[in-house]
Write a protein that binds this ligand. Sequence first.
Ligand code: SF4
Ligand code: SF4
Length: 342
Amino acid sequence: MKELTQNLYNQRQSRTGPKLKLWRYAGLLLTYRCSAACRFCSYSCSPQAGGLMPHEIALQAWDSLVQLAGPEAHIHITGGEPFLYFDHLAGLLEEAAARNYPPLNSLETNGFWVQNQSEAREKLHFLNKIGLQELAVSFDPFHAEFVPVESVRTLQTLAQEILGPHRVKIRWEKYLENCPSVEVFLAPQNRTGLQKMLKEDRCRFTGRAAESLGPLAAELPLEQIQKQSCQNVFLNARGVHIDPFGNVFCGQCSGIILGNLHQKPLELLWETFDPPNLPFWAPLFHSGPAGLLPQAAAGGYQPRHLYASKCHLCTDLRRFFFDKGSFLSIIGPEECYCIEKC
Ligand code: SF4
Ligand code: SF4
């Protein structure tokens, strides 16, 4: 387990000053490919998106997280839709078990694969045997555009029977009983209903969510967002997401590449992460996305009247820079920026 003083940023802080926390979790995006293309995806996953995380990269991340956080290391696997590559996933979990890594804490799915009950049972028995701690099933009006509620209900029943109820989480269970159609929320006369739902369900306006829902949920003028820095988000992130190509994102900040596991192991990325001294990260650290506005405006960016959140502004600006080819090593990959194919 690392000491806080092993991080470059922390070494300059006083004893009581704010510190960069140790990363204790890693979310491995097995693939960007998904059976769905939800409007509030915080990446831009879809059936056309690609990528498949090689076992070596996933195992390297798993090992590094144990070096960083010791027994508190928490690994979850997400996507995209990991069950699209179940054999690859199963092979990875078997290799992790053979190396005596701590068991997988959580596996996220949208439940699309529960069409054949005996196949579904087989998969769940495997996950039970391998020691999965929690199956996290995503469901809400946006997922319901692509996955029938009956599939999710069936998965809930089978998973509770095989894994036990305490190892199954549905996010959000309230919609299993009554799931209003997404059209209800998207109706122009129901702006307030949409805004309320997005707040309650903690929608993060990055990736496709920023592009497809951000403008509909926008109610904050730029002046309000200009006061919001990202310092605490970076220092308190407590973990990272890692994409199929080895790109590492701080916490939930999809599409801002902190480093790549093909070039540097995770523990070294943590040790050298010093956001106020890194290009692109420094303005975010001090002033939030508004800190990037002068450079964007000089290149022709036209601010909107209203934004849904600072992450909406951030994604809008990054999309602008992405299209211009600026900050190429930091703003990417294209799977986070809703290119035409997604
Ligand atoms: S939100 Fe989840 S289920 Fe929906 S497109 Fe994104 S990864 Fe797929
Ligand atoms: S504004 Fe950007 S950097 Fe800040 S928390 Fe949101 S996505 Fe992350």
